[in-house]
Design a protein around this ligand. Structure first.
Ligand code: GDP
Length: 470
């Protein structure tokens, strides 16, 4: 069997390994899911990862690069014809052009195939010649994972919980005010339905901007190609009778349609096929927004990660073809901090996903937490101020482009200094402030073979892919 395969591979030669459908079918494929809430950094991560796998001089932490076993990397047509392609070239041009800017963020699911020609390790490696490993990167909004929770709920249950949340969240009052004079049992009028859906979306957007992450239905914020469709034209109403043709009845029906025609197909077509997953988290952004945002993020992470325990949900159990066996939780934008603070950010990331991670571990997946920057926009600097040594990061500000050196505040040694007040519902951090500056991507002059600068992107790649490149 082995000899047959070896002889076959040698016989085929290297160049045409991917040249026919049958052979491509035999090559190993890794489907890497990249998710995270809106603005967590998915687009920047994928762009930089691919650029750094194409030009690998900055990837020593990926063993297959360090040992020289990756002989070539090239982009190929993706296997799924109906999924939009991740627009790598446009995004890379944005980040690495003469006047660099941040690319447009993820709005929907997209995909990109990068193929790596790798010399295997081990006894027979000399005989078998290089193998081609396809990396299919699937980018999708984390908000869509939260919708999994809707599958277990009826419209009435979801609406009751959503209205309860709206009472305390920014923007909620104006949506609730719209319900004051409304009779849910009255006959449906489409303009009224649309106005309600718009008002509910506006509230979710406000809550999201204020740092709340658990905002369902996920497609209301990131509708993708479904914008304006009836499956997205409903909103929570107070419990009422549901006479035929009424607003309440139609909204309940549309909620069911949303579950069946929007949520389930996403899980079936995309999520169920993922082998490896990275969940990007803007933990610094949440810390900057305050304790409520941190607690909300913690709960949202639990919601997102429950999707990785298929046993929890009968629909998921039925559709999961393979199991996601590695999950990386990455706190992004670590370049906002001096490296001396990175271990603290990692500890906070671990604390944030603690509950969820324990459960995923239980399900057999290998998990890790890390602090990374997919694209390093700053350099480090140490200054003395009033006799005190300050570790700073310097970069050009997104607003106006001026250079600024900046100390975002000291993260605590013990993550509980943040997690406990967050859980207890504190209004603000007691004794510290955490600032976040928005830096523009730095102007780069890349040497041949170099990808864009990053922090620990290579370690992330090693955890996610390293074993498949052996
Ligand atoms: P997405 O919504 O998850 O696709 O998020 P993006 O990848 O578009 O990132 C959102 C924003 O976060 C970007 O526009 C940048 O301002 C910032 N960002 C993302 N990654 C990094 C990073 O590695 N370093 C820095 N400094 N900022 C980043």
């Amino acid at each position: 069997m082995v000899i047959g395969r070896v002889a076959d591979a040698v016989g085929r030669g290297i160049e045409d390994v991917t040249s026919s459908v049958a052979e491509t079918f035999l090559d190993p494929v890794i489907r890497l899911g990249v998710t995270g809430l809106s603005r967590a950094g998915k687009t920047v991560f994928i762009t930089s990862l691919v650029a750094n796998l194409l030009d690998r001089a900055r990837m020593p932490g990926l063993e297959a690069t360090q040992s020289g076993r990756i002989q070539a990397a090239f982009l190929q047509p993706q296997p799924d014809d109906t999924v939009p392609r991740f627009d790598f070239e446009t995004h890379l041009a944005a980040l690495t052009g003469p006047a660099p800017f941040w690319p447009e963020s993820t709005r929907q699911v997209s995909e990109l195939r990068l193929s790596l020609r790798v010399q295997p390790k081990g006894l027979l490696s000399g005989l078998s010649g290089p193998k081609t490993v396809h990396l299919d990167i699937v980018d999708y909004p984390g908000e869509w994972l939260l919708d999994l929770g809707l599958l277990d709920q009826t419209y009435a249950q979801w609406a009751a919980a959503a209205l309860e949340q709206a009472k305390t969240r920014p923007g909620g009052a104006s949506y609730l005010a719209q319900l004051n004079d409304l009779d849910p049992t009255a006959m449906l009028k489409e303009p009224e339905a649309q106005a309600l859906a718009r008002a509910y979306t506006a509230y979710l957007t406000t809550a999201r901007e204020a740092g709340f992450s658990d905002c369902t239905p996920g497609r209301f914020l990131l509708p993708g190609e479904l914008e304006g469709s009836p499956a997205l034209t409903f909103a929570p109403l107070p419990e009422s009778a549901t006479p035929r043709g009424s607003l309440a009845r139609e909204f309940a029906r549309r909620f069911e349609a949303y579950k069946a025609q929007v949520v389930k197909p996403f899980f079936r077509n995309h999520f169920s096929r993922i082998d490896r997953q990275i969940v990007l988290v803007d933990a610094l952004g949440a810390i900057h927004s305050g304790p409520q945002a941190v607690e909300d993020l913690r709960q949202t992470m639990a919601g997102i990660l429950s999707a990785f325990r298929p046993g929890r949900n009968s629909f998921l159990t039925a559709i999961m073809g393979r199991r996601t066996d590695r999950i990386l939780f990455a706190a992004t934008k670590a370049d906002h901090l001096h490296h001396t603070q990175h271990p603290k950010l990692t500890a906070i990331m671990e604390a944030l996903v603690r509950d969820a991670r324990d459960r995923a571990d239980f399900a057999g997946a290998k998990t890790r937490a890390m602090a990374i920057a997919a694209l390093r926009a700053t350099v480090e600097e140490t200054r003395t101020h009033n006799g005190e040594t300050l570790d700073l990061v310097r970069g050009s500000l997104l607003d106006g482009g001026k250079q600024a050196a900046f100390h975002p505040g000291d993260l605590p040694e013990d993550p509980n200094a943040l997690m406990v007040p967050a859980r207890q519902g504190a209004e603000a951090w007691l004794d510290a402030d955490f600032d976040v500056m928005r830096f523009a991507p730095a102007q780069l002059s890349l040497k041949p073979g170099e990808g864009p600068p990053h922090i620990r992107l290579d370690s992330a790649a090693e955890f996610l892919l390293g074993d498949k490149l052996r």
